[in-house]
Design a protein around this ligand. Structure first.
Ligand code: NAP
Ligand code: 8YV
Length: 310
């Protein structure tokens, strides 16, 4: 008999197909009456493929053995509830590092060189009408402070070195085997950096970590790049400082209330916006989908998961 898997949001098409080829899939988000579906089928469900699983859903599924996240971040999963029930939690760590690091560099260059704004300048005929676009900044020779020098952070650091930047980092732990200066205090790093690039995870431990004082320490010439989670930044303070000139610029792939982006942010010229697409390449999303399948197969065959949180 086929193993039953629950999903509660659309997944990449390949993963939807692969799941259908291997498992019985219950798609809660497509059900007319999700509560009835859950009441009738809860006992059959052995796996959930989702990045959003709360304690109530875990409690509603007495046969749940594994949560397979189609991403690396686990801030959408109630890990406490999963641990309590000894439910395994797999993720797609590592397969997306390069794609996310690549977008980080892309956003930095786009912001420093005002690429989106200059593109509009040409398209609107202003080059011919008004003359050359104003001079911009550049990355070369500046200092980048990475918040969260983990799997993705290290790939960003390597690419920043190639851009001839100096790399420093902040995290809760000093890492012995990296050639970058560690800062215990984020505010101190912000003061010493021209760029802050955040790839720390979301969740309670990092809520508004990039606070108003941190942004003020980064200052009028400083730029923030956020690919971690929107919750890690005091978004209201960031917008205010971007508007008043207290912060030089921001390039943002993640937001507090996705997919809603504050109107004010969308009007600012010193900002580059990206719709949470760090891992959103064909190659990487395929690899992430495949990792979900590998984690499920490993679990049901009694092997260790290929990448896991619990
Ligand atoms: P990782 O290897 O676990 O690295 C996370 C880093 O964050 C670690 O170096 C950790 O260092 C640091 N960190 C954790 N809590 C912290 C805190 N309270 N203060 C300061 N630093 C802290 O994770 P990863 O695979 O690189 O992924 C990182 C995050 O990137 C994910 O959780 C996700 O939110 C985000 N992400 C975004 C996209 C996108 O499309 N934009 C794609 C993938 C991932 P310490 O333990 O020493 O503090
Ligand atoms: C994706 C991400 O947006 O992996 C993560 O933590 O934020 C991104 O890769 C998402 O998880 C895709 O499902």
């Amino acid at each position: 008999m086929a193993i039953t898997v629950l999903t509660n949001a659309p997944l990449i098409p390949w993963l939807e197909t692969w799941l259908d080829e291997t498992y019985e899939v219950i798609r809660l988000h497509q059900a007319d009456d999700p509560a009835t579906v859950l009441a009738e089928r809860a006992g059959d469900i052995r796996a959930v493929v989702s990045g959003a699983v709360d304690a109530a859903l875990i409690e509603a599924l007495p046969g749940l053995e594994i949560i397979a996240i189609p991403g690396v971040g686990h801030d959408g999963i109630d890990l406490g509830a999963a641990k309590h029930r000894e439910i395994r939690v797999g993720n797609t760590a590592d397969v997306l590092n390069d794609a996310v690091a690549e977008l980080a560099i892309g956003l930095m260059i786009a912001l420093a060189r005002r690429i989106p704004q200059a593109d509009v300048y040409v398209r609107e005929g202003r080059w011919a009408a008004e003359g050359n676009y104003p001079l911009t900044g550049e990355l070369t020779g500046s200092t980048v402070g990475i918040i969260g020098l983990g799997r993705i952070g290290k790939e960003i650091a390597a690419r920043c070195l190639a851009m001839k930047m100096r790399v420093i980092y902040h995290g809760r732990t000093r890492q012995d085997h990296v050639p970058y200066v560690h800062y215990d205090k984020l505010g101190d790093m912000a003061r010493d950096a021209n760029w802050l690039v955040n790839v720390a995870p979301g969740g309670a431990g990092t809520e508004k970590l990039i606070s108003r004082p941190v942004l003020e320490a980064l200052g009028p010439e400083g730029c923030l790049v956020n690919l971690g989670r929107g919750t890690t930044v005091d978004e209201a303070a960031m917008i205010e400082l971007l508007q008043s000139g207290g912060l030089g610029g921001a390039a943002l792939d993640v937001f507090e209330d996705e997919p809603d982006v504050p109107d004010l942010l969308r009007t600012l010229d010193n900002v580059v916006l990206s719709p949470h697409q760090g891992s959103a390449t064909v190659k990487t999303r395929r690899a992430m989908g495949w990792r979900v399948m590998e984690n499920l197969a490993a679990h049901f065959e009694g092997r260790p998961l290929l990448s896991s949180v619990l």
